[in-house]
Ligand binder design. Structure first.
Ligand code: SAM
Length: 240
């Protein structure tokens, strides 16, 4: 195991996130495939191995703390190169993951990773979140929605809330300056029947720089009215 890997694995252990040798092997292969495919298609701006391990893998693994034994089905909306969904699927082999993205070439990359890692608990969906939920009738089908770096919070909430079961939750990964976005989301939370439970702050250091991040836990307290999500034009022009 590389020295830096050992360091961060211990750090995660202190957070009760324990990685087995098998999980670490899978993450290593995932990193190699990410770098290989990144030469052909744009997947990540991060190409340094240690930074990939921390800013993608460790960062996404922090979400594991907010996923419970009862949570069985999880969808990652706007997964890109698999963050956080594919990292979490490696960590939770007994839970069912769906990775959704509007860009098909990223899904082709993910399919290759899933096959080469032999993952049996991951499904892929190609489409825009606000459209595919109606087309495939995915309303209220998942225990948890996760999402990182997809849209401003009021817009994101309209994309993701329809997917969650009543009493299920959204786990939204943001930077540390999320308070303004939370303020702007008060109407979206209300009309989408969501309740912000907690803002969890965390940080990590890589190459002498500190990164401050937050994870929002949001509960769905009642069904989503079927007029949501609106079409992309309306969402963008007039966020809730
Ligand atoms: N979640 C990944 C991460 O943190 O590295 C990717 C972030 S990338 C900045 C945003 C991703 O969200 C892109 O892959 C984009 O195609 C996808 N996306 C944006 N809006 C979307 C929508 N309405 N429906 C589905 N995917 C969307």
């Amino acid at each position: 195991m590389k020295k830096f890997t050992k360091f961060y694995v211990n750090q995660l252990k202190n957070e009760n996130i324990e990685l087995t040798d098998d999980m670490l092997e899978k993450l290593e292969k995932y990193k190699d495939l990410l770098l290989e495919w990144n030469e052909k298609i744009n997947l990540t701006a991060i190409t340094d191995e240690e930074e990939i391990f921390v800013k993608h893998f460790v960062d996404c693994l922090y979400c594991a703390k907010y996923i419970t034994n009862e949570d069985k089905s999880i969808i990652d909306v706007g997964t890109g190169a698999g963050f956080p969904g594919l990292v979490l699927a490696i960590y939770f082999p007994d839970k069912e993951f769906t990775l959704l993205d509007a860009l098909n070439k990223r899904l082709i990359f993910l399919e290759d990773v899933i096959n080469k890692l032999g993952l049996k608990n991951v499904k892929l969906i190609h489409g825009r979140a606000e459209e595919i939920v109606r087309i495939e009738d995915l309303y209220e089908k998942y225990d948890v929605v996760v999402s990182r770096a997809v849209a401003q919070l009021p817009i994101l909430l309209e994309y993701i809330s329809p997917y969650i079961k009543v009493n299920g939750k959204c786990i939204v990964m943001k930077g540390d300056n999320v308070d303004e976005e939370i303020k702007l989301s008060s109407n979206a939370l209300k009309v989408l029947n969501l309740k912000l439970l907690r803002k969890n702050l965390y940080s990590y250091n890589v190459k002498n720089e500190e990164y401050k991040r937050s994870i929002l836990e949001i509960e769905k307290i009642n069904e989503t009215q079927r007029k949501y999500p609106r079409n992309y034009g309306k969402i963008k022009k007039k966020p809730l």
